[in-house]
Design a protein around this ligand. Sequence first.
Ligand code: NAD
Ligand code: UGA
Length: 484
Amino acid sequence: MIFLMINLIKYVRKIRIMSKYKIRKVCCIGAGYVGGPTMIVFANKCPDIEFKVVDINAARINQWNQEDLSKLPIYEPGLDKLLKKCRNKNLFFSTDLENSISQADMIFLSVNTPTKNKGIGAGKASDLKWVEASARQIAKYGEDHTIVVEKSTLPVRTAETIKKILDNSQEETTKSVKRKEFSVLSNPEFLSEGNAIKDLEYPDRVLIGGDNEKAIDALENLYINWVLREKIIRTNLWSSELSKLAANAFLAQRISSVNSISAICEETGADIKQVSKAIGTDSRIGNKFLMPSPGFGGSCFQKDILNLVYLCEFYKLNEVADYWQGVVNINNWQKSRISKLVVNKLFGNVSEKKIAILGFSFKANTNDTRNSPSIDICNDLLEEGAKLRIYDPKVGKEQIKKDLENKLKSNYEKGDWEYCKSIKESTLDSHAIIVLTEWDEFKTINLKEIFQGVKKPSWIFDTRLILNKEDALKAGFSYWSLGS
Ligand code: NAD
Ligand code: UGA
């Protein structure tokens, strides 16, 4: 009899633990470039689980709920088709944080973590106010046991802060009947924009950091619906948080390395395409991420390296801080040397000259302009008095206006620029054409036809190495390309 009772108690306990970690409902706080695509893929791969993506930005949520799929807030190849399959079935976009949080068994934090622009650590440290606000909302509305997953990229040991906020919510609720319990995991996202769906469906690895094995199992159980278990790496919390920063720093470092070599090529007669190939065929180095460019952009590389630099300075690792700061310095130098070079080639003067800017997003296949090198280069040329004619297949006038107005140093003028709807409109009557983003559409420009409409002599500056030099010269252009 006693034996039976003990077994029964054990069984009930096991069922309670299993049900505590059973994931039926998931909430994601933040409906941005990470929260949106990530949850769309999760919802498609886990049809029996309900996913709610919530955001304080009601306009963004409305866009996610648009019938017209060309009006989604994010452009990402393949995203619309996947969204259609699961939206309003097991995936919902909403501003109702309270209910979505209280019903969730697991909550992903996918809020923005930009570089602080004022206060302690300004210019380097990440601004964690949105993370903290979300943690407080979870502490307030969370019920029973909730697994909180850091998806945002965060400084090492942020999980500790989140835990403290969540644990303190216990005291606030001692009078409440329901007990709250939280487990915190780190599960950084490695998707790259423009390739997000492929990266999410076929990740190189999934990283889960934490100290609660059952909570890690619960998250792993979602991923194994489509990711091989061998690809799931389990670490402690701090390794997971640091690995994300380090991975971005390594990727950005490769770009600064190849960009620094591009400058040496220009001086010596070497060709960066050939050098890149020669370096990349060494299997220890590998051939990816060796494309020279006007500089890396995007919301994360610079922010994450600066965050790493801040961390190093905090721990008095000044030499390490200087090392990583160098990657950002080269990136800034690359942008400004391109602006100077354009001015020099145009007889040291671009004032009143029309210049066609082809590409405003920070890379092809995205409408994201955050930290795009185009912003800095346009800004430099506007400061020199150029008249810019800007065309990008996916970035609209309002976004360009916002970016340029934020950046322009001179407050007495807004800069002379116009938004154009096509390559033809942008290049008409121009003195020079600068290719700043590697959109496919630019690779097949009819240079002969374009040359008919430009002011002579006319320059093409190809910062992405996507045009054919011979074609450009044959058409009549003077031609400069990065690193040759
Ligand atoms: P984003 O700015 O596109 O989206 C963040 C969203 O969070 C915004 O819509 C914002 O309104 C919302 N938000 C902020 N505070 C909130 C709150 N308290 N409650 C509800 N919603 C709130 O940012 P993103 O590009 O998706 O990046 C998010 C995080 O993921 C960052 O830490 C970033 O470093 C990391 N990351 C980004 C990428 C990328 O490709 N963009 C890739 C990997 C990792
Ligand atoms: C990058 C990383 O690739 C992702 O793994 C990471 O998840 C993400 O940052 C993040 O944490 O936000 P993303 O910024 O979307 O993704 O795009 P990338 O393809 O990495 O390109 C970043 C910048 O580097 C772009 O401006 C691109 O033009 C430039 N780049 C990239 C080069 O100049 N040369 C290259 O060879 C590759």
